[in-house]
Design a protein around this ligand. Structure first.
Ligand code: SF4
Length: 313
C-alpha cells in the first residue's frame, strides 16, 4: 500500500509561504531518496491561495485540497490513488468552510490543555487581511457540538480549554445573531474542574452580555485576547475597522470594571500604509501607558490579494 502525505500549510503571508515550499519539496525528495512511491497532497490556505500555480510550480504534487472539503479527504485521497500520474485539484475558487461536527477529533496537544475551534472563516474584511479570501466568510459550529466536545475533553482530564476562531466574539452571527454569551452559559452549565480561555475577541462584538456570562463563572479565566491592530482613528478606518480610539478605550474600561484582574493580550500592526511617524508615536504612548499584559506586534505585509494593497498602493 502506498504512503500518503497530506501537507497542510499556510499561505497566509508570503514570508510563511517561503518556509512552506521547501517543506513540500522535502517530502517529494524523500520519495526520490527512498524510491517508494508516496502520494503527496498539499492542503489548506497555501493551496487555496495559489491553486493551479502551485501544481505547476511543484510537479511532484499529486493533488491540491483547498481550505474546505476536509470531511471528504478520504474519498479524495482514494481518487488520487486511482488516478496516478494525474495532478488533481479539489480547490473551490470561493471557499466556504463546512463544519463537520460529528466526526471525533484527535487531541494533538499535551493532555492537560486543548484548543476548541468554535468557528472558521471571517466576515470582517479588514483591509490588510486575506483570511476571508482563504477561508471564506464566518462559519460557526453549533453550540451543542462545541459543548459536547468540551465535555469529552474534560472527562479525559483536560484542564484548560482554549476557545479559538478567527473572530470569536462574532460566533453565531452567520446564523443571524451573536451567540457567544449563549455558548459561555452552556459551558458554564457543565460540571467539572476545568477553566476556559477566550482568544481573538473583537471589541465591537464583545458585548455586555458576553462580559456578564464571562464574569459569572470563575472557571472563565480572567484572560482576554483582543486584537486592536491600531489605535489611531484614520489608520483604523483605512484598516476597515468599525471602531475608533475612543470606543476602544471605552471597551477597555468596561471590561476592566467587571474584570479588574484581567490579563489583557492584544496585537498591533505597525508600518500600515497610512501610518506616519507621528501616528506611530501615538501607538507607542498607548502601549507605554501599561494597558496590556501581553503584546504581539506584526509588521504590515503588502500581500497582493488584500484590499489595502490595491486601494492604498
Ligand atoms: S477580524 Fe481578523 S481574521 Fe477577520 S478579517 Fe480582520 S484580521 Fe482578518
Amino acid at each position: 500500500m502506498s504512503r500518503r502525505s497530506v501537507v497542510r500549510k499556510t499561505g497566509w503571508i508570503q514570508k510563511l509561504c517561503s518556509t512552506t515550499f521547501p517543506k513540500i519539496t522535502t517530502h517529494s525528495r524523500l520519495n526520490q531518496e527512498t524510491g517508494r512511491r508516496s502520494t503527496l497532497v498539499a492542503a489548506g490556505c497555501l493551496s487555496q491561495r495559489y491553486r493551479e500555480d502551485l501544481l505547476q510550480e511543484i510537479p511532484e504534487l499529486d493533488a491540491l485540497l483547498g481550505s474546505q472539503d476536509f470531511s471528504e479527504i478520504v474519498p479524495l485521497l482514494d481518487r488520487v490513488c486511482r488516478e496516478p500520474g494525474k495532478q488533481l485539484s479539489f480547490v473551490q475558487p470561493k471557499p466556504h468552510y463546512q463544519q463537520f461536527e460529528d466526526q471525533e477529533k484527535q487531541q494533538s496537544t499535551p493532555r492537560h490543555f486543548a484548543y476548541v475551534k468554535i468557528a472558521e472563516g471571517c466576515s470582517n474584511m479588514c483591509s490588510f487581511c486575506n483570511i476571508p479570501m482563504l477561508w471564506g466568510l464566518l462559519s460557526s459550529r453549533s453550540v451543542p457540538s462545541i459543548v459536547n466536545e468540551i465535555q469529552q475533553l474534560v472527562s479525559r482530564g483536560v484542564k484548560e480549554i482554549n476557545l479559538i476562531s478567527q473572530d470569536t466574539s462574532s460566533f453565531g452571527r452567520d446564523r443571524g445573531q451573536l451567540e457567544l454569551a449563549e455558548l459561555l452559559r452552556s459551558i458554564s452549565a457543565l460540571e467539572g474542574d476545568f477553566w476556559v480561555r477566550l482568544f481573538y475577541c473583537y471589541p465591537n462584538t464583545f458585548t455586555g452580555d458576553v462580559l456578564a456570562a464571562f464574569a459569572a463563572d470563575k472557571r472563565f479565566y480572567a484572560y482576554l485576547n483582543m486584537p486592536f491592530q491600531h489605535i489611531e482613528d484614520n489608520v483604523l478606518r483605512k484598516m476597515n475597522h468599525k471602531i475608533n480610539r475612543l470606543q476602544i478605550e471605552q471597551k477597555m474600561r468596561e471590561v476592566k470594571r467587571i474584570l479588574p484582574e484581567v490579563a489583557w493580550r492584544t496585537t498591533f500592526i505597525v508600518g500600515f500604509l497610512t501610518e506616519t511617524e507621528e501616528v506611530f508615536e501615538q501607538l507607542l504612548e498607548f502601549v507605554a501607558a501599561g494597558n496590556f499584559t501581553h503584546l504581539g506586534v506584526f509588521t504590515y505585509s503588502p500581500e497582493d490579494n488584500i484590499r489595502s494593497f490595491s486601494t492604498l498602493g
